[in-house]
Design a protein around this ligand. Structure first.
Ligand code: B1M
Length: 222
């Protein structure tokens, strides 16, 4: 029989929120992430294990499938919703300091840009990967990023842009962060971006999708 952690991973990957959820159809009537995480914690399983060997394993699998174009945005969103249902039970343990996060990741869509679907996906995958995320929302300019870097020493920063007109603001934000906190890792992404553009503005890494963003951050903060 599969362990409860494996069941949590599978339900996260498949986007099975709770017992009442009709999606996915082949898992109807079965417990979902909500019930399984509550049960795991009441069985005395460490919150870190529930996160690292359950929820994160499931999000990792779906993230890799998304990178390979085997699943698409709706499946990733369902998995992220399932993950959030589990995180609701873990949050009190993290808030109390009983379980550790990997670090803080500040993310925002840059000034002048209101597109946030991709940025939200990155946020969810990062949270699923064990990062504390500070989401600056959309239309975030230099001041907002600098304030967040100041409030969260040692954080990594992610900039998202969907417009060729707004990606130009990324260079100013990168420069301002470099001036204030030179060691900050800065990650950029969004449909119009390229590795060449990332190199030109002096960011540390370009990520084509959320999973690559997570992999870059995880390898940079070992
Ligand atoms: Co707009 N829009 N839009 N739009 N819109 C595009 C981007 C556009 C390509 C459409 C087109 O003309 N074919 C075009 C941009 C052209 C260009 O600049 N080259 C465009 C335009 C022109 C505009 C307006 C200017 C239209 C107008 O008003 N005349 C206007 C601008 C408003 C503004 O921002 N100031 C506008 C407005 C809007 C809506 C508000 C209606 C809506 C946004 C709603 C919202 O986000 N809440 C919208 C939408 C939905 C789109 C399209 C249709 C879809 C974008 C999207 O969400 N994709 C888009 C056309 C298209 O792509 N088919 C379009 C799905 C999302 C999951 O992908 O964001 O690329 P994406 O994120 C990916 C990766 O890029 C990566 O991970 C995600 C998952 O793989 N990623 C990161 C993203 N950020 C990352 C950060 C990282 C790492 C990876 O690290 C930090």
């Amino acid at each position: 029989m599969a362990s409860i952690l494996e069941l949590i991973a599978t339900c996260t990957e498949r986007g099975k929120l709770n017992k009442d959820a009709p999606y996915p159809p082949d898992m109807r009537e079965l417990n979902g992430v909500d019930e399984l995480v509550a049960q795991a914690l009441s069985d005395g399983i460490d919150p870190d294990e529930v996160l690292n060997q359950g929820l994160m394993v499931g999000m990792g699998r779906i993230g890799e499938q998304f990178s390979r174009n085997e699943v698409f945005v709706p499946e990733l969103l369902m998995a992220a919703r399932a993950m959030s249902a589990g995180m609701k039970h873990l949050k009190p343990h993290f808030d109390s300091g009983a379980a550790k996060r990997k670090g803080t990741f500040v993310i925002g869509t840059v000034a002048g840009d209101l597109h946030d679907i991709g940025k939200n996906l990155v946020r969810m995958v990062m949270e699923g990967g064990g990062w504390e995320v500070v989401d600056l929302g959309v239309d975030a300019g230099v001041d907002k990023f600098l304030a967040a870097v100041e409030l969260n020493p040692g954080c990594a920063v992610g900039l998202s842009a969907l417009l060729t007109t707004t990606m130009g603001h990324m260079g100013d934000i990168v420069q301002a962060i470099r001036d204030k906190a030179p060691d900050t890792k800065i990650l950029v992404g969004g449909a119009p971006l390229t590795q060449e553009f990332c190199d030109m503005i002096g960011a540390d890494s370009y990520a084509r999708d959320p999973q690559l963003a997570l992999e870059y951050l995880s390898s940079s903060f070992v």
